[in-house]
Write a protein that binds this ligand. Structure first.
Ligand code: ZN
Length: 243
């Protein structure tokens, strides 16, 4: 399940295919991966034969409704998370191609504020449910996402593998439980999956995001709407949480 090499010929961001802009809600961009209040999860139930099957045949939680109403800022939509993460090379905000650096694909993850010097403690492998980003939307995420705006790790990742699934496990005779199971775990038979978990291997920590080519500043925010005041430092409270 290892993706094709994520390094190799570097495509300059200025000539890379542009990632589509996401929908905006009250002046804020809404990543494609997020769920909306117009979308509802099903009643909790054991896996059904009719459920969509995903990676390794695991049944996947199938939501009803449409992406309307208001964004659920902290909730991934299971089907969209599956589609984006399974590709491993698609931007979680717009769904287009993620940014490739000479050292790997671009990921932005919140740094752990509980640790001193989080950049010094990056492991050789990091697990995440968040797909990578294109360069334009990585810059946007640093401005608009509450957790990433405070502090984040900018990573170039040369190798990515899907290693686990998070979801609700309905073992016979036991209460349902939310778990993360490895892909070879027999308990997957009883799971209704919600998130693919990727392992980012040998990540390289970058000092900062690569600069955005001038041409790509266009379209980075709604043309007529000024940036929301809540996005300006020093206070980041009130910003949505994309991660
Ligand atoms: Zn993008």
């Amino acid at each position: 399940m290892i993706a094709p090499p994520l390094t190799g010929p570097h495509t300059p961001a200025a000539v890379a295919p542009q990632c589509p802009d996401p929908v905006y809600f009250q002046g804020l961009p809404v990543p494609l991966i997020l769920a909306w209040t117009g979308e509802q999860p099903p009643e909790p139930a054991p896996p059904r034969a009719t459920d969509l099957r995903s990676v390794d045949g695991v049944r996947w939680e199938t939501w009803s409704g449409t992406p309307t109403g208001a964004p659920r800022w902290t909730v991934h939509h299971p089907a969209r998370q599956l589609e984006l993460m399974d590709a491993r090379t698609r931007c979680s905000v717009g769904g287009g191609p993620a940014h490739r650096t000479p050292r790997g694909l671009l990921w932005l993850l919140p740094a752990d504020p509980a640790q001193l010097g989080p950049r010094a403690t990056v492991a050789t492998a990091i697990r995440t449910a968040n797909p990578p980003l294109c360069l334009r939307h990585a810059h946007q995420a640093q401005r608009h996402c509450r957790r990433l705006a405070v502090d984040c790790l900018v990573l170039a990742v040369p190798e990515v593998e899907i290693v686990a699934i998070r979801g609700t496990v309905h073992r016979p005779g036991a209460h349902p439980s939310f778990e993360e199971l490895e892909l070879d775990d027999p308990g997957l038979e009883f799971m209704v999956g919600q998130q693919l978990i990727a392992e980012l291997r040998h990540p390289v920590v970058l000092e900062s995001l690569p600069p955005l080519p001038e041409a790509q500043h266009f379209g980075n925010k709604p043309p007529a709407a000024p940036p929301p005041a809540a996005c300006a430092p020093p206070s980041r409270r009130g910003l949505p949480d994309w991660t």
